[in-house]
Design a protein around this ligand. Sequence first.
Ligand SMILES: Cc1cc2nc3c(=O)[nH]c(=O)nc-3n(C[C@H](O)[C@H](O)[C@H](O)COP(=O)(O)O)c2cc1C
Length: 226
Amino acid sequence: MNKSTIFIILSTLIVFTGFTGFTGFTGCKANSNSFESGSKPEPESRVSALSERVINDELKESGVFALELFADSYSASDFVEGQVDPAHIELMLMSGMKAPSAKNAQPWHFTVVTRYETASELLSFVKDGNVLIIVSGNPDIITDTMEFDCGLAAQNIQLAAEALGYGARMYIEPIGRIDKQKNKLGIPGNHKVLTAILIGPVDAGIDTTAAATTRNDLSQHVNYAD
Ligand SMILES: Cc1cc2nc3c(=O)[nH]c(=O)nc-3n(C[C@H](O)[C@H](O)[C@H](O)COP(=O)(O)O)c2cc1C
């Protein structure tokens, strides 16, 4: 099985498991708040004390690649010089295309910047060989959900980059500069520029849990309705 086939299988796993959420994953084990499939759990106990550390441990112990990928996901800031394989860029773009969208409108557009001089005008700290993928959206295709849909595509691209062993980080900071250069960059004039994803090699062996920003306790963000 070649690398591309493996990645396509993994991407499919992400799509099928990514949005079922923690509560739908009945293979979850190793914590006292776990619940047997079919039994009715106490709502409070299902969400209490699920701190970031517990969540990461649960995801990593799941044995499911997509969930381990979420656990290891972080926004890189320590890029090093080095090439991003053009075949990998294609896989990231295909992963972006796999995002769901309301009415299947697919309102996104991806602009790939590989030239160092161009990328470093947009983000001053880009390293030679890093790639910027700009995500813009077409509000004329669908208005209400355009930004939401494009966000899903952007997240697919970031996770695909991480699955392929690169670091990745989304940026809104260069949007003003990108807007001014839309024409030069080939971004359709009517599109809204939403984010630029910086992708590149990072030092191997990084502690991904420590590198990620701390999340709130799950119980602060979840309730189970009666
Ligand atoms: C839409 C969006 C825009 C972002 N813009 C920036 C940015 O301009 N500068 C930056 O340093 N990080 C940016 N980030 C990265 C976030 O700060 C980061 O995802 C968040 O702190 C969580 O960190 P983690 O992914 O390492 O856990 C952005 C993330 C998103 C989703």
